[in-house]
Write a protein that binds this ligand. Structure first.
Ligand code: NGS
Length: 279
């Protein structure tokens, strides 16, 4: 078991850095989509030791501290399958990580960009993360060589999704799964908070990266393969194209800086932290 006091003391005992490539990687592992799996079974399966809510490798110091930010609305069926798949996947990568589920007041139209911004701000308050991974709950990585870590430029990770025949659907896509460091997020002022309803907040982020002369990296498509869970089409935001067009006029005021919200609920569950907010 992990001795948490070693990690938390001001003079931590030196344990070696984890290898660059974890010895536990297995490559392709087809996700098991068992919607009837019981919550108890998922919790029991990953009854892991946590230090202050974080999962860490016990024998070595993780190379990156990763916050996985999952925007969420009432998809508990998908969440079960997602957690059942993603925990062993991340453990095999020897990461120091925590999963944050960010939910919005039910009376407010879903707003993914806003929730991703809140996830970044709230997780950053409790730990000095090296990397923030923005992750849809319906995407399951199929190959653990797809490393959940950040690079010196923002990275799009869900490059090859089964729904799109494992091909990039369009060249500027940045949605699904993406990885950015704190500095990269702050540099572009995070996501726009204006995209209520489905679609466009990721295209606006692509424009923010371009506007700030950043180079978008993409993971290799042979390892960045994902299975997408089936769901009903959400309500597309009819204003999204206009918002994308005018996005760069608002980039300074519309983002993580000066974002106002109120926390309605915060629960530390064994496998994730749940935060519900209102604006
Ligand atoms: C585009 C959306 C993106 C979205 C992408 C993939 O059309 O926000 O589809 O969506 N852009 C606009 O609507 C302007 S997916 O099929 O993966 O849900 O990420």
């Amino acid at each position: 078991p992990i001795n948490c006091s070693l990690w938390n003391s001001s003079n931590p005992v030196k344990i070696p850095l984890c290898p660059i490539i974890s010895p536990f990687l297995v490559g392709v592992k087809t996700p098991v989509v068992d919607l009837s799996i019981e919550w108890e079974d998922v919790f029991a399966k990953y009854d892991v030791v946590r230090c202050n809510g974080h999962l860490k490798p016990s024998s070595c110091q993780a190379r990156q501290k990763v916050a996985l930010i999952v925007p969420f609305r009432d998809r508990y069926g998908h969440l079960k399958v997602f957690l059942n798949h993603i925990h062993p996947f991340l453990m095999r990568q020897q990461l120091d990580y925590k999963i944050y589920l960010i939910d919005l007041d039910d009376d407010i139209l879903f707003n993914k960009g806003l929730l991703l911004n809140v996830g970044f701000l709230e997780s950053g308050k409790e730990y000095d993360y090296d990397c923030y991974i923005f992750h849809d709950v319906d995407l399951l990585p199929e190959n653990d060589h797809n490393l959940y870590r950040c690079s010196d430029q923002p990275r799009h990770m869900s490059v090859a999704v089964d729904k799109f025949n494992y091909k990039l659907p369009y060249v500027s896509i940045f949605g699904g799964v993406s990885a950015m460091t704190k500095d990269q997020i702050l540099f572009v002022n995070g996501f726009s908070n204006q995209f209520s309803g489905w679609g466009g907040e990721d295209d606006d982020m692509f424009n923010r990266l371009k506007f700030h002369n950043m180079t978008l990296m993409r993971s290799m498509d042979d390892v960045s393969t994902y299975k997408m869970l089936k769901h009903k089409q959400s309500h597309p935001n009819p204003k999204r194209f206009k918002l994308i067009k005018t996005g760069m006029e608002r980039v300074k005021q519309d983002g993580v800086k000066n974002l106002q919200y109120e926390i309605l609920k915060r629960n530390e569950f064994p496998l994730y932290t749940y935060i519900k907010i209102t604006i």
